[in-house]
Design a protein around this ligand. Structure first.
Ligand SMILES: Nc1ncnc2c1ncn2[C@@H]1O[C@H](COP(=O)(O)OP(=O)(O)OP(=O)(O)O)[C@@H](O)[C@H]1O
Ligand SMILES: [Mg+2]
Length: 356
């Protein structure tokens, strides 16, 4: 196992073009040994490229990859001690489940008794113990994917297990149980797990650390709490959370005050008087319903109140802007006008879409 360091990495798939497009823009990033990470971002943002650079399937156009102090940039995948699980299962159909799981250990000449112990242990974790003597090709798609996953898990010597949307072919209930299993495995064996997904719920429930990417760049790396409370960019505010963060164009009226149209709001951020292209962002979870006006309150027209069982979602409008507030379901919401408060401590201010 090892800390993985990406040092000034950048990658383009068209190195000979005059103006190459970079699938990964220059970045440095390190992955702690034993960490549980999610790599999250929309399709095409560079997640698979980054994973393949770590595993050695792609050689970066710029920069170096280190496992601890050892540079591995030009080392082939087989020599890197990385297990990679892809979106679709990669298994040997004519082999039995046992043989498939044992394969990575056989290749590395582990003793038979150690192979058997490890294969049975992993088969149990993945609920494959009753299928060990079945041929893999007769199994369902999700069982096949479990085998792929299992082949990563049998190896205790791996520096990391990289999973590229591994649960796409697996049904939601099993997906949930498997994510929990992966967490247990990470706790027990302290194997670094890096899990690629474009599903924020999957990322938030799985990982201690989430790396959010957009258009070839890492836009934020942090805990689920960091991403929720202090999104570093409006993209993260919008991409993470359900509903997305409320975002409004605004202007600075003084150092700790902004205006949206004619309405002023106090904020905790120190804003420079010449700050330009400002936005106010606030999570719907932090907006409260009030019975009378106070600082940072506004009157809005109720458009819709949806009851989601454990909370209510109010959609309202003020100055032709939409505002969404997530409140306790017991709360009675007026049907026409509602007073909403945007607490100053939860107002995030963005300049050119970056948090200030
Ligand atoms: N082999 C390749 N040759 C040329 N361009 C590629 C290749 N692989 C990826 N790209 C381009 O690089 C960019 C990043 O792709 P990548 O597959 O890393 O994104 P991703 O985040 O994994 O997307 P998805 O969620 O759809 O899997 C995209 O614009 C993609 O079209
Ligand atoms: Mg991908």
């Amino acid at each position: 196992m090892a800390k993985i360091i990406l040092d000034n990495i950048a990658h383009t798939y068209e190195p000979n073009a005059n103006n190459p497009i970079f699938a990964l823009k220059e970045m440095s990033l390190s992955w702690a040994d034993g960490g549980r990470y999610a790599l999250l971002g929309p399709s095409g943002c560079g997640k698979t490229t980054m994973l393949n650079i770590m595993s050695g399937l792609v050689r970066p156009s710029h920069g170096k990859v280190f496992f601890e102090e050892r540079e591995v940039t030009s080392m082939i995948t087989e020599d890197r001690n990385i297990a990679q699980v892809f979106q679709f299962p990669v298994i040997y159909g004519t082999m039995t489940v046992y043989e498939n799981l044992a394969f990575p250990l056989k290749c590395r000449q582990f003793p038979e008794d150690q192979i058997e112990r490890k294969v049975r242990e992993v088969a149990e974790i993945l609920n494959l113990q009753d299928y060990l003597s079945n041929r893999a090709k007769g199994l369902t798609a999700d069982q096949k994917q479990l085998i792929s996953l299992g082949r990563g898990l049998v190896r205790e010597d791996v520096a990391a297990i990289l999973m590229d949307e591994p649960l796409t072919v697996i049904d939601p209930d099993l997906k949930f149980r498997l994510r929990r299993k992966l967490k247990e495995i990470n706790d027990k064996y302290k194997t670094t797990l890096i899990y690629v997904t474009h599903d924020q719920n999957e990322a938030m429930t799985f990982a201690d650390n989430i790396i959010v990417m957009d258009q070839g760049e890492v836009v934020q790396a942090g805990s689920p709490k960091d991403l929720f409370e202090r999104p570093q960019t409006t993209f993260v505010g919008y991409f993470i959370g359900s509903p997305a963060m409320n975002l409004y164009k605004c202007s600075a009226s003084s150092q700790n005050e902004i205006s949206i149209g004619a309405k002023a709001f106090k904020v905790k951020t120190n804003i420079n008087s010449n700050s330009d292209n400002l936005k106010l962002g606030i999570r719907s979870e932090y907006i409260t319903v009030e019975s009378e006006h106070s600082d940072n309150s506004l009157e809005a027209d109720v458009i819709e109140v949806e009851d989601f069982g454990n909370y209510k979602l109010i959609t309202a409008s003020f100055d032709s802007l939409k505002i969404k507030a997530k409140v306790k379901r017991e709360l009675d919401i007026p049907s026409e006008k509602v007073i909403l408060k945007l607490p100053a401590e939860h107002c995030c201010i963005y300049e050119n879409n970056k948090l200030i």
